[in-house]
Design a protein around this ligand. Structure first.
Ligand code: 2BA
Length: 109
């Protein structure tokens, strides 16, 4: 069994959720915040059998889109001291950042 952790853009949340439900997959949505942009995003925790992983990865890939976002003032802790940012920075966010972890044991009490 695997635990798939995928961080997606807020705007892709409904599409991904509906596609996962349609495919019969179980998941938990957690509201999260990007460490760099400090924008809201969404983290999905998906427990899956090994043979379902590729199907789930495909669903996530097909329903998440990369977007360009502008950031006018980076948070102080990600900038070197004294750095000057003359104009907004463009960053590409997503589609989805996904981690697949092995599950040693899973139990439902
Ligand atoms: P954020 O941390 O808010 O990052 C948003 C986007 O800003 C990133 O998109 C990346 O393009 C850019 N970025 C992040 N850190 C940067 C830096 N130090 N310098 C320049 N640009 C930077 P994505 O890579 O698609 O990441 C989207 C979100 O996924 C991230 O939001 C974060 O919440 C999560 N994430 C990405 N990589 C992760 C990792 N290795 N571990 C945990 N979460 C991660």
């Amino acid at each position: 069994m695997k635990l798939i952790i995928t961080i997606i853009h807020e705007r892709d949340r409904s599409k991904v959720s509906e596609a996962l439900l349609h495919g019969g997959h179980k998941f938990t949505k957690v509201a999260s915040t990007g460490g760099f942009l400090r924008d809201g995003n969404c983290t999905l925790l998906i427990g899956a059998e090994d043979d379902q992983v590729e199907e789930i990865m495909a669903i996530v890939r097909e329903n998440c889109h990369a977007r360009e976002q502008y950031m006018s003032l980076p948070p102080p802790d990600v900038m070197p001291t004294g750095a000057f940012i003359p104009s907004p920075i463009k960053v590409t966010v997503g589609g989805a950042v996904t981690f697949v972890l092995p599950v040693e044991r899973s139990e439902k009490a």
